[in-house]
Structure formats: structure tokens, C-alpha cells
Ligand binder design. Sequence first.
Ligand code: SAM
Length: 290
Amino acid sequence: MQNEPKKEITGTYYVQDRKSLQELERLTIQGQMMTREMGGLLPEQEDPSRFQRVLDIACGPGEWIIEMARTYPHMTLIGVDISSSMIEYAREQARVQHVDDRVEFLVMDALLILEFPAVFFDLVNLRCCVGFMRTWDWPKMISEMRRVTRSGGIVRVADAEAEAGHTRNACPALTQFSTLFCQALYEAGHLFEAVPSGLTAHLVPLLQRHGCRNVQTRTSPMIYQAGEPSGEAFYRDMKRAFQTLRPFILKWSGKPQKDEYESLCQQALEEIQGSDFYNTWNMHTAWGIK
Ligand SMILES: C[S@@+](CC[C@H](N)C(=O)[O-])C[C@H]1O[C@@H](n2cnc3c(N)ncnc32)[C@H](O)[C@@H]1O
């Protein structure tokens, strides 16, 4: 497959610095957290062993697709991402984990075209894409996902609600951050409505409207709790998210000044480290048949 990056243009992703080490770390932590808390790689698919060729769009550091390769030794898999740093890191991880003979990573802007032949894959996955997909990008994306999927194959989209979860105890700063994040996503065109479910509630109708059959959905509540590894991972994830998302939130939410933002994030980190912290974050998966 052709693998030279096109010239680096400003993308639509909410972290503009494609070489950000913090973002790479954040996506690694978040990817592992999501796979674990969702109950596995493809918890909603009855028989994943029927998939031979798998494409992961916007694969980030490659956590999901490398774990897919380790779990299903009969599969051949391709991950694509717009960031050459993510792709280089993912290739190295695949080498370290001895799956580089079956997993290929390519730099690709998925908003342009998926550079693959038609009817090529059994499963095409797009997880956590709200950060670069705008509402008007969906028709073309789904149509491209369907084009490269074989007849009877699966088109799968998964994303979390656009907030940092529902807390059981009072977490005013984390709640305020979530409101700002949601507003910024909406203003930048990534949500259909300015509510946390502003993308996830639309996944099923989007897949149906753009040609997928038998569309189904699954909601996985991901639980982050003080004193548990999940709570620690959530802290490490959010600590980086507060930094890497800062320019996006300050630009699009139109609310806090830089200093106010910093103290809000500091307060939110203290809340997350509280001994009674308990947070659930809903992940939605929608999938349909080509
Ligand atoms: C939130 S991460 C999701 C990573 C992975 N899918 C996961 O679920 O863990 C979003 C990824 O989208 C990538 N991205 C942003 N714009 C893109 C585009 N136009 N084409 C392909 N990838 C893109 C980013 O570089 C980032 O790695």
C-alpha cells in the first residue's frame, strides 16, 4: 500500500499538534482504559473470528488494533491515522509485540478518501472520532467505510459521550470542564447538538440513513473509581487531556481566560484524586451490515 504522507495540512482534530507527546501518552492510556472498561475489543460481536481483514480508521497509537492482532492470530489488519508520530509509534509497538507481520500502519487523512480497494475488509472500525469528525463529514465517511467493506461485512463506530462522565459525589470543577468541552465541540461542528450525547445519539440514524442494514447499538458504562486501577488511569488521562485540549477549549467555548482554565483544571484534578471519587462514562457502539 502507498504510505507517503500527503503534505501536512491543518487538520480538524481537536489537538492540532500532531507530534504532541502528551497526546500520544493520553491516547495510549485512554485506549487501554476503554478496551478494558468496554469489556473487550469487540464485546458486541457474536463471532469475531469470522473477520479476516480488519481496518481501524484513526487508530492513534495502535492499542486496539495491536491487541486485535494478538487476540486473533488469523487476522490481517491495517491501521490508518493522520499523524505520522502516532503511526511511527504504533509500528514500533507492533514490532515489540511481534505482530508486525500481520498489522500494517499507514499515514492517511481519512476525511479525504480511504485509499483501499472496494469490498476489501470484513470489519471497518472507527473508535473515538468525535475529535476530528464534523457533523457534515459523516455521509462521506460512512459511504467510504461501506465502499471498502465486503458485502455482509461490518461497519462499526464507537464513541464516548462528550463529557468527562457522571460523578456520584460533587465534582463542580470536573462538571464545569465537561460543560465547556461539550460547548466547544458543538461550536466547532463536531456535535449535532450541544449536549453530551450530541454525537452518540445520532450514530444509529447516521448508519441507517447512509446504507447500513440491521443497525444495532450497545452502551457500555465505563466506571472510574478511587482506589482502583481505573481511577488512577482516569486521573492520568484527564491530566493530559486538560493540557492537550486547552487551545481547543479556549478557542471554541468562548468562556474562561487561560488563568481561569488552569485553576479549573487544577481543581478538577483534586476532585478526581478525592478518596470518594466515582465516575461513570458511557461508551456507545453502533454497527451495521454492508
Ligand atoms: C481520540 S484518538 C482515537 C484513537 C483510537 N481510535 C482509539 O480509539 O483509541 C483520534 C485519532 O484521530 C486521528 N485523526 C485526526 N484527524 C484524522 C484524519 N483526518 N484522518 C485520520 N486520522 C485522524 C488523530 O491523530 C488521533 O490519533
